[in-house]
Design a protein around this ligand. Structure first.
Ligand code: NAP
Length: 261
């Protein structure tokens, strides 16, 4: 790709949970499009690995390990980000965990709390502390200050048995996306969500696409067994690019026509 075709050249992005799966794929796509990418993950080693892959694509990277459900760690992370880089153009709230597959009546309260903390509270905290800085960015009047992209799920639009905590957390992400879009619109910051369907990532452990599809035979896909992280990264690129400047508060299904119930 020549530098003329790189659509995110000169932009800075920060992605949570980018040491693995969908977050890593978004980081690499953004880097290929010319963006510098700051990488968060719980594990330093996986954040460093993605960061090295990003730098190998010829852009800058920053490793910011932290538990993004912890307020103090998030505040320290944001402070460190702005010590190293002066502006943030694209924030991707991606870190999350999957469903424990229990019914609500058998679910431990600790499971509910952990799921809400990691999948929803993290989006609140990271958006809250980054947005405070993003609104101060000096940009020409006809340009956006930045974009926030939240990774929800098909389960953020359609509930399902055994997905009680997970689905509620992802509905929460969709709702928070709408609220943030309304609150930050006047600051010229757009906020949208992506709702991936079944996507082959380490969230399901070490499983093949065929077996993942077999285990989810109730789900019919339009044209391939399961989605890949790069499918979600393509949509995340669109939401980061200027082609989506007039889109905000939306939650886009990225699921290849997956059936929802
Ligand atoms: P993944 O491969 O497990 O990646 C998630 C990453 O987030 C992991 O590296 C994980 O670290 C990290 N993480 C978890 N808790 C964190 C925390 N508190 N602070 C910082 N990082 C944390 O899973 P994925 O499938 O790519 O999931 C990415 C997002 O997509 C999640 O929000 C998930 O709910 C959503 N999603 C996934 C699918 C799917 O089918 N894969 C479908 C719909 C939505 P550790 O590995 O060290 O825990």
């Amino acid at each position: 790709m020549s530098s003329l075709e790189k659509r995110l050249l000169g932009k800075n992005a920060f992605i949570t949970g980018a040491g693995s799966g969908i977050g890593r794929a978004i980081a690499l796509r953004y880097a290929r499009e010319g963006a510098n990418v700051a990488i968060n993950d719980l594990k330093v080693e996986s954040a460093e690995q993605t960061s090295r892959e990003v730098e190998a694509l010829g852009v800058k990277s920053l490793v910011l390990p932290a538990d993004v459900s912890d307020s103090e760690q998030v505040q320290a992370l944001v402070e460190r980000y702005f010590t190293e880089w002066s502006k943030l153009d694209v924030l991707v709230n991606n870190a999350g965990i999957g469903s424990t597959m229990e019914t609500v009546s058998l679910m431990k309260e600790a499971t509910w709390d952990r799921t809400m903390n990691i999948n929803l509270r993290s989006v609140f905290l990271v958006s809250k502390y980054f947005a405070k800085q993003m609104v101060k960015a000096k940009v020409p009047d006809d340009q956006l200050r930045g974009k926030i992209i939240n990774i929800s799920s098909v389960r953020g639009k359609y509930g399902r048995a055994h997905f009680g905590a997970y689905s509620a957390s992802k509905f929460g992400v969709v709702s928070l996306t709408q609220t943030l879009a309304l609150e930050l619109g006047k600051n010229r910051i757009t906020v949208n969500a992506l709702c991936p369907g079944l996507t082959l990532t380490p969230i399901y452990g070490n499983i093949s696409a065929e077996n993942l599809a077999k285990n989810n035979a109730h789900i019919a896909l339009a044209f391939k067994p399961v989605g890949m992280p790069e499918d979600v990264a393509g949509a995340a690129f669109f939401l980061a690019s200027s082609d989506s400047d007039w889109i905000t508060g939306q939650s886009l299904l990225v699921c290849g026509g997956q059936h929802f119930i």
